[in-house]
Design a protein around this ligand. Structure first.
Ligand SMILES: [Zn+2]
Ligand SMILES: [Zn+2]
Length: 412
């Protein structure tokens, strides 16, 4: 790719796509679970060094890798591009020649494609180094699938500094949407995902002598029912939230009232206010009901990934670039997604955006969803993913707009 200036991104992608697909299939054959991405991270680091990426750092938050692509036109902004590397504990049921060679572990979410795509984007941007000022930081993170995840410890290890990162971008392939489509939305896009447990301490006894017991099953049933009022009566009806009780454990025998019962569930919210509200209200309701019925509770609320909130200006930038890649008709406003994603930590710390690249192809039978043992994607999506990501990085670095921190600094 000697004459990068006269060639379009798409010309170069056509040339490198077979290699990127081969990388993805190799990673697919050798999936690794959260924080065990040793082979994957090794391949990534070797490749970055071989390509000439500067300041390649490894072992960040165990297996994370970063590297820098410095534009030849001098100093400027720094943009971070992120891929996740981990697979899932799933036994693959596909019959393809690149099927997982690691039984019980599978790239069933497409993170193999994300890693291969970011390696491809690295090549594209290195070949265009003469055309931009500023720096691209490529980041490969461990353990997206395993809260508390790999993003938070990478940020704590300083990946947003040295050089300071101005904006962050990431993508996810999406089996819900056809290949050729890009989806995103400004503001809250994916939910915060938290969990809670309520242990009800009653008093057991004979099932025929309830008057001498404090029945934790009846109390638990009241609590489960009362929790249904939180979203309907406590949360603003124009906002979205979920409270689901997925665990109710109590009792062993039909004629025995047990001492204790345990409830567990998940909470999904899109704003810090609703998150705080539900954490407080679940505890207050459960404690009040238990007390009124003579029992006590142990309540634990554990916060998972926060909501993924896209910066509106950065979302608009992505939307414009995505329209050039797939056509404006194929850039669709994403609905709110109740699932969670730890790219949210990057977006809490810096402006940026996270978008979805459709990868479903019913004609080829590629219809199975994320985390399904038959998950597989149309690899044509990887060309779209690379073009959109490289375009967004180049556009961000060349734009005067979209750099609030720098503009504020210039005014001082
Ligand atoms: Zn996943
Ligand atoms: Zn995923």
């Amino acid at each position: 790719m000697a004459q990068a200036k006269t060639r379009t991104l798409r010309d170069d992608i056509d040339e490198i796509l077979p290699g990127v697909v081969a990388d993805r299939r190799d990673l697919h054959q050798h999936p690794e679970l959260a924080f065990q991405e040793v082979r994957t991270a090794g391949i990534v680091a070797d490749r970055l060094r071989a390509l000439g990426v500067e300041d390649v750092r490894t072992g960040i938050a165990q297996t994370g890798v970063t590297g820098l692509i410095r534009g030849a036109q001098g100093d400027g902004k720094t943009v971070l591009l992120r891929a996740d590397m981990d697979a899932l504990p799933i036994l693959e049921e596909n019959e393809v020649d690149y099927v997982s060679q690691n039984p019980g572990v599978m790239h069933a979410c497409g993170h193999d494609a994300h890693t291969a795509m970011l390696l491809g984007v690295t090549r594209l941007l290195l070949d265009r180094r003469d055309d931009f000022a500023g720096t691209v930081k490529v980041l490969f993170q461990p353990a997206e699938e395993s809260p508390p995840g790999g993003a938070k410890p990478m940020i704590e290890a300083g990946v947003l500094e040295d050089p300071p990162v101005d904006a962050v971008f990431g993508i996810h392939v999406a089996q819900e949407h056809p290949v050729g489509e890009i989806r995103l939305r400004p503001g809250p896009a994916m939910a915060a995902a938290d969990r809670f447990t309520i242990r009800i301490r009653g008093k057991g006894g004979h099932g025929a002598r309830p008057q001498s017991t404090i029945d934790p099953i009846v109390i638990g049933a009241h609590i489960v029912t009362a929790l249904q009022t939180l979203v309907s009566r406590s949360v603003d009806p124009t906002e979205e939230a979920v409270v689901t009780v997925g665990v109710f454990k109590a009792g062993e025998a039909f004629n025995v009232i047990p001492d204790t019962a345990e409830l567990g569930g998940t909470v999904r919210t899109f704003t810090p206010e609703n998150r705080d509200l539900l954490e407080e209200r679940i505890g207050t309701l459960a404690r009040g009901i238990a007390q009124a019925m003579g029992a006590e509770i142990d309540y634990a609320y554990t916060r998972g990934y926060p909501a993924t909130v896209n910066d509106s200006e950065m979302t608009e930038l992505v939307r414009e670039e995505a329209a050039k890649v797939v056509g404006a008709d194929h850039v669709v406003e994403s609905p709110l997604i109740m699932g969670a994603e730890d790219f949210s930590y990057f977006l809490e710390a810096r402006p940026g955006a996270f978008w979805f690249v459709g990868s479903k192809n019913p004609e080829r039978g590629l219809v199975w969803g994320h985390h399904h043992p038959k998950f597989d994607l149309d690899e044509a999506a990887m060309a779209i993913g690379m073009e959109s990501m490289a375009s967004v990085a180049l556009r961000y670095l060349s734009d005067e707009a979209g750099d609030g921190r720098r503009e504020a600094a210039d005014r001082v």
